[in-house]
Write a protein that binds this ligand. Structure first.
Ligand code: 13P
Length: 252
């Protein structure tokens, strides 16, 4: 029996303006008929106060796209976990491939951010995934296991009690080329296995999201897989109708 409630999370990345985000969110709120899944949005950090206010007394969760690993201090331009928590966030994306690739986030930095997130009572959404080159070389399993194991070794399995893991193959992000349900499920089953070996309770209940060109067309087959517990949606989350369609498909 499946006990994991699906989560559909919208990563808006560095998109939107005050006006367009209001419009997007109003679109989501207007059309949102209660589906069985949980929904969360991850706006750019400056819009957190506005989005927090718009989400008051709704069931839509709020997350940050990134935090710094430090608690406070002379780290110009950075934002801490407790700061985003104060603006209503319950989730934080940790180790998104764009942060790993463009901002040189190593597995050690990812682990530190993961810890900082948990220490502030926030729920990390740990992102892992291989590049196209790595997949073509047959390294997918090794890469994903390594990314996961680094955080497990540095932070301990206990810190995963409230965590979520997102498998986002880099080659599928923003390309329109989603992993097939079978490709995604293969990696999700592997991640579940790694987690089960560490702690069967946590392994059983932890939600594993798939991300990478999820669309209303690709979503239902992905959600039908045993170990796919929702989606981390980029491009399609910037369109209220598409995002809601995906969440409805997850709710059934
Ligand atoms: P796309 O859905 O645009 O491929 O982005 C996926 C992603 O990176 C979500 O974090």
């Amino acid at each position: 029996m499946r006990i994991r409630r699906k989560l559909v999370a919208g990563n808006w990345k560095m998109n939107g303006s005050r006006a367009s985000i209001k419009q997007l969110l109003n679109g989501i709120l207007d059309q949102n008929t209660e589906s069985g899944c949980e929904i969360a949005v991850f706006p750019p950090v400056v819009f957190l106060p506005m989005v927090q206010e718009m989400l008051l007394s709704t069931r839509i969760g709020l997350g940050a796209q990134n935090i710094d690993s430090h608690v406070q201090g002379a780290f110009t331009g950075e934002v801490s976990a407790s700061m985003v928590a104060e603006f209503g966030c319950t989730y934080v994306l940790i180790g998104h491939s764009e942060r790993r690739a463009y901002y040189a986030e190593t597995d050690d930095i990812v682990s530190e951010k993961f810890s900082a997130c948990v220490a502030s009572g926030l729920r990390p959404v740990l992102c892992v995934g291989e590049t196209l080159e790595q997949r073509q070389k047959g390294l997918t399993e090794e890469i994903v296991k390594h990314q996961l194991q680094m955080v497990l070794d540095n932070c301990g399995i206990g810190t995963f009690a409230e965590a979520i893991i997102a498998y986002e193959p880099v080659w599928a992000i923003g390309t329109g080329m989603s992993a097939s349900p079978r490709q995604a499920e293969e990696v999700h089953a592997l991640i579940r296995d790694v987690m089960m070996q560490e702690d069967s309770g946590i392994g059983q209940q932890i939600r594993l999201l798939y991300g990478g060109s999820v669309s209303p067309e690709s979503a239902s087959k992905l959600f039908a897989e045993e170990n796919i517990d929702g989606a981390l949606v980029g491009g399609a989350s910037l369109n209220a109708a598409d995002f809601l369609k995906i969440s409805q498909l997850a709710g059934h």
